[in-house]
Each structure stands twice: as structure tokens, then as C-alpha cells.
Design a protein around this ligand. Structure first.
Ligand SMILES: [Zn+2]
Length: 271
């Protein structure tokens, strides 16, 4: 429970703070294009609803600047997919994954090398989120212990054992000032996590990870059948809903393409 106390303190402190008072915290957030998913059947995520209806999903990474350094949330699908104009098929052809830009290229456009990052975290270990973790072999990775120790298909580890890692058992205030807080939201996978970000002008927002995949599923609290726990998934969605209300925060749903399409892209950023 080591991380629960600072989180509570941070929230209490920030609730009493003026919106412009967090000058020392995270000050820039870039929404990076980390891939595109075309699916033939939306009901893979919404059981019984829109059966056989195709859906397009965005796949984002989020780059956050903090005075202590750069922080990357999720790494998207593998950059190598960008070399395949027709993309790659996944899940027996149910999904087509494409990438028009690499993560490395988007960092370079911002003048950054992978080694310039201070820390990173992934929402969970599905391939559309961990595709480029080893682009950053020296960068500290924050991941839930339950996710790290979850055996991969085939029984092996989900991460290169040499990668520096901080194993979490709950929430973590990454920079100690409440501006970037990892929130444990298990259910999609055993150690799924979301991210609360507090920006000086934009205000508070929650990056969903895959606690929900698109707005209609959020509005109806639908749980995809392949989540590892329906009960944990429902509880995590409620936890996020409570956090949104308490923080007056926006919910940014990683895979919701209409929402993503309306967001700023580099060189523009949120501050
Ligand atoms: Zn995903």
C-alpha cells in the first residue's frame, strides 16, 4: 500500500489548489500516433452489440514533459509495422494493424532520442501497447507486479528481464507532485493500469489504457468477453468514473478514433 497514501495526499492538496497553481508539475502532453486498428466486427469488444459491424480504432502513445524529465505512456504497436503498407493481420485475421508513422520518428521530430526519456509506463502488455518497449532499453519502466509476472502465451516472460523496472502493487505518483499518477485498474489484464495527468491549463485527464476501448462501451459499461475479469473490469471503470467526478477530469480513451481524431497532434501539445 506504499503508493496509496501519497496519492490521497496529492488529491487532497490539488483539490484545494487554484487551476494555475501547479507550475512545477507536468507542463506538456503530446498525443503520438502509435498505430491504427481495423476490425471486421465491433462486437469483439461489445458482446451482442453491433455484431458484424466494422470499427476503426486509434492507438496512441502519450509523451509528457515534466521538469524532472520526459515520461512516455504506452509504446503502441511495433514500429516495424510502418514498413508494411498493408499492415499485419492479428487474431486470425480479425484485426489489421497499420502504422503510418513510427514512434522513433515522432520523437525525432520533437528533437528527442529514446535515451532522453526519464521514465515510461505501459497500460498493459497487449502487443498494441508494448510494441516498442525495447526501443528504450535503459529507460525505467513502471509496471504492475501482477502484469510483469503474468506468463506470456507459451509461458515465458513478458519483458526483457534486463530492462530496468519498478514493480508496482497499486497506484504510484511518478514525480511526487500529483501531476502524473499511475492508477491501478485491473480487469482487462491482471495488472492493467491507467494514468491521471494534471496539466496547468488543460486540467485533469485520465488516460484510459484499455480499461475501456471506445465511448459507447464506456457509456454502457460494457466489458469485452476476453478481459481476464469481468468483476475487476467493472470495478475499475467505476473507480475511473469516481476519479473523473472528484478531479473534474476528462477521460481520454486511447482506442476511441473519433475522440483521437479531434485531438491536437505534434507539434501541437496540451499544456
Ligand atoms: Zn489496446
Amino acid at each position: 500500500m506504499r503508493s496509496a497514501f501519497p496519492f490521497v495526499v496529492a488529491c487532497a492538496a490539488l483539490l484545494g489548489a487554484a487551476p494555475t497553481a501547479s507550475a512545477a508539475g507536468a507542463d506538456k502532453l503530446y498525443v503520438l500516433d502509435c498505430g491504427h486498428i481495423a476490425a471486421a466486427d465491433q462486437s469483439r469488444w461489445s458482446p451482442g452489440v453491433n455484431v458484424g459491424v466494422p470499427i476503426q480504432l486509434s492507438d496512441n502513445c502519450y509523451l509528457i514533459h515534466h521538469p524532472q524529465g520526459w515520461f512516455l505512456w504506452d509504446t503502441g504497436m511495433a514500429d516495424a509495422i510502418a514498413a508494411r503498407p498493408d499492415g499485419v493481420k492479428a487474431l486470425n485475421g480479425a484485426l489489421t494493424l497499420t502504422r503510418t508513422k513510427t514512434l522513433a520518428g515522432q520523437l525525432a521530430e520533437l528533437g528527442l532520442k529514446p535515451a532522453d526519456l526519464k521514465a515510461m509506463a505501459i497500460s498493459h502488455t497487449h502487443p498494441d501497447h508494448v510494441g516498442n518497449v525495447e526501443l528504450f532499453p535503459q529507460v525505467m519502466l513502471y509496471v504492475q507486479k501482477a502484469e510483469y509476472e503474468w506468463p506470456a502465451e507459451g509461458g515465458g516472460p513478458r519483458f526483457d528481464p534486463k530492462h530496468p523496472v519498478t514493480l508496482l502493487e497499486g497506484d504510484r505518483d511518478v514525480f511526487g507532485d500529483g501531476s502524473v499518477v499511475i492508477i491501478a485498474t485491473p480487469g482487462h489484464t491482471p495488472g492493467h493500469q491507467s494514468l491521471l495527468v494534471r496539466l496547468p491549463k488543460t486540467g485533469a485527464l485520465v488516460l484510459s489504457g484499455d480499461a475501456v476501448h471506445f465511448k459507447d462501451n464506456w457509456d454502457n459499461r460494457r466489458v469485452p468477453p476476453f478481459n481476464i475479469s469481468k468483476e475487476q473490469s467493472a470495478a475499475s471503470m467505476q473507480r475511473i468514473a469516481d476519479l473523473l467526478a472528484k478531479e473534474h477530469a476528462q477521460l481520454w480513451i486511447n482506442h476511441d478514433k473519433p475522440q483521437t481524431d479531434a485531438q491536437k497532434r505534434p507539434p501541437e501539445f496540451y499544456e
